[in-house]
Design a protein around this ligand. Structure first.
Ligand SMILES: [Mg+2]
Length: 228
């Protein structure tokens, strides 16, 4: 059995812009923080909890309390819910078909490892017609850093599916590529133009513009998981 772990934002759902807008706005609405650096690759941990912790700590001089995290998170997810109710986020092209082909495959199993908080990830997937709770998953609720999130997703997938002979991760960020390198698993990128070449430079074994060429994706996946 071979495990395919997916990132969510920018990989399964085209939600990077909505996410960014709601996060920046929540910083201002809840704590009055403005001028947020939105190059997420600058943060020590590019996850919802990691970014919020870094922004809060650098401005206030101490980490946020549980209550402050909860307050921020509820506001943020409320904003996302409002945005998605105005226009559904939809899915990245090909994502629903690819997930259903993998679910039908005898050889592959799917898990999720997202830097989003779980309720945010659940909402975004539902808005794309996908179900977060169909899969073993780990999220920003579990850890600040993506390496831990990926490792936990692998462990939960093992508990659900049994031992997997190989694992590959599919994501859209340089932080995904770096985390995969640290965890020691191959990384497939989803990106276009300059971002695609950046993912290749960071070690992506291949990069797709989206997930619409399901057959090509699956044949690459077989090659990668056979080699690893
Ligand atoms: Mg992403």
């Amino acid at each position: 059995m071979r495990l395919v772990i997916f990132d969510i934002d920018g990989t399964l759902t085209p939600t990077m812009n909505a996410d960014e807008g709601c996060l920046v706005r929540s910083c201002k609405d809840v704590f009055g923080f403005v001028d947020i650096d939105t190059d997420w690759s600058h943060y020590p941990h590019t996850t919802d909890s990691g970014i919020f912790d870094d922004v809060f700590t650098s401005r206030i001089g101490r980490p946020p309390t549980e209550q402050e995290i909860l307050q921020f998170r509820q506001h943020f997810v409320g904003l996302l819910a409002r945005v998605s109710s105005e226009a559904a986020f939809g899915a990245v092209a090909g994502a629903p078909l690819l997930l259903s082909r993998l679910a039908d495959s005898a050889e592959h199993r799917v898990a999720l490892a997202t830097g989003a908080w779980r309720d945010s990830a659940r909402l975004k997937m539902a808005s794309a017609g996908l179900c977060y709770d169909d899969y073993p998953a780990a999220s920003s609720d579990d850890a600040f850093d993506r390496e831990s999130i990926i490792r936990l997703s692998m462990r939960r997938a093992g508990e659900r599916y049994g031992e997997c002979s190989s694992t590959v991760y599919v994501g859209d960020g340089v932080w995904d590529a770096r985390a995969c390198r640290n965890v020691g698993i191959p990384f497939i990128g989803v990106a276009t133009d300059g971002r695609a070449s950046r993912l290749s430079e960071e070690g992506a074994v291949c990069v797709f513009p989206d997930l619409s060429d399901v057959d090509l994706f699956l044949s690459n996946l077989y090659e990668i998981t056979n080699a690893s």
